[in-house]
Ligand binder design. Sequence first.
Ligand SMILES: Cc1cc2nc3c(=O)[nH]c(=O)nc-3n(C[C@H](O)[C@H](O)[C@H](O)COP(=O)(O)OP(=O)(O)OC[C@H]3O[C@@H](n4cnc5c(N)ncnc54)[C@H](O)[C@@H]3O)c2cc1C
Length: 486
Amino acid sequence: MALARGYRYVEHWGMAGGATARVLYPRSVEELRAIFAEARAGGVPLTLRGSGNSYGDASTGSRGHVIESSRFDRMLGFDPATGIAEVEPGVTVRDLWRHTLPHGWWPRVVSGTSFPTLAGIAAANIHGKNNFAVGTVGDAILEFDLLAADGTLHTCSRTREPELFHAAIGGFGLLGAFTRLRLQTKHVHSGELEVATFAGKNLRELMGYVAAHTGDADYLVGWIDCFARGDGLGRGQIHHGRCLKEGEDARPHETLTVAHQELSPMLFGLFPKSELWRVMRFVNRDRGMRAINGLRYWQGRLEGLLPPRRWTHVEFSFLLDSVPNWKWSYGRRPGHGLVQFQPFVPQESAHALLSEILRRSEARGFVSYLGVLKRHRPDPFWLTHALDGWSLALDYKVTPATRAALFAFLRELAELVLAAGGRFYFAKDSVLPSGVLARMFPRERLEAFFALKRALDPHGVLESDLWRRVAPDELALDQRPVPSSP
Ligand SMILES: Cc1cc2nc3c(=O)[nH]c(=O)nc-3n(C[C@H](O)[C@H](O)[C@H](O)COP(=O)(O)OP(=O)(O)OC[C@H]3O[C@@H](n4cnc5c(N)ncnc54)[C@H](O)[C@@H]3O)c2cc1C
């Protein structure tokens, strides 16, 4: 069968940017190898893409072709005795849990949406609501095959090519393409978890609650009302999730089924959730979102008075998926959308810095409509965003009128974070300037990463818009012409 290809508009998930590109859909290592050879010969840059769930430009490439893994998506194996899964790169988190949960296994680390591919989450080294306890997804990956842009195939693990293992996870598709991944899932005794809500009157109370419960919770995530100010600055609620122990679920054979996990497509059995974004458009402005955030806070206070309740894994993990295409409420016209800004801040300065970010956002009239607080821990991956500290993910509305001022403001906030030794997560970024890598990572580590890049991709075939934005200056990559011959 001929390789599928075609032109289309390839967009940032947050819709605030994108570019029309030729998109190729390889289904095998051989097809991918042929694409790489053609690109080397023709001097065409390539950008790897999974499901395009990165908020910004991590998987768009406006200079060349985009290689999407949506058709390279077979489940290669799953052992119900060990919970080890083996997949092709385009298998999604949704595909994975649907395969493993009926056997009593759940992916160890998931993002807030189930649509990303396994290659995409490995390349971004995603974290979940349990990052403080189990690390990032890289910590659950046992082995992978990576096809480098020079056509060589590398099988990597913690003992086999360990440098490449730790560089490619979190390497944002610059060293090569994952073509096979083996990962460990987590044994669960039920398809449900017990979730308690704690409402905190300000950021200090929320952080205090999380700090007190990292030892007894499986998951902790905070939702912050970014409109609150004064004594209530950073108020919100924490969802505290605990996996059920054996015997706590009286009907595990039922709760572990896919059918039990499926989110209802209807709201109160009456209104299709797929149409909700149209209604949400009317509140998607400061006044409406202030009211919604306020309501959510008071709902949290009420829930906090009630005993913990049981949620399915899907409901708890992928809450954002419950309203299909909710992002469209940010506007569907060109130049409209949202960007996410997610600073990762060291433990010592976290409270002061996150409070300052909330305060400045309020004062400058750029208030985030959704704020998500998480606790993190360090991991061994070379370009990881995770550290011993906290992150606050903030969604900002973008319109053509506010774009320039908003981006300038977010860069100003980034300066505060970088000066305090903080980091950023490139799957969520749209604004950081070039030179930022050298401020986030030790020089030796960056040099080692670039030595690998030069060795595996000597023609500089693999790139992305993100990469050309953040890396070039200090490493002079953007000075190189696109190669015209192999
Ligand atoms: C609503 C929402 C909630 C989210 N919640 C979280 C969260 O809780 N935690 C979190 O960490 N992230 C979260 N994310 C971000 C998301 O998990 C990451 O952006 C993830 O990388 C998306 O996977 P994808 O398959 O869509 O990859 P893409 O966005 O398409 O690509 C991501 C990166 O992977 C690279 N890549 C793609 N395919 C390959 C390949 N075969 N080999 C090598 N590299 C490749 C791309 O070049 C790119 O750099 C969220 C995103 C959304 C939209």
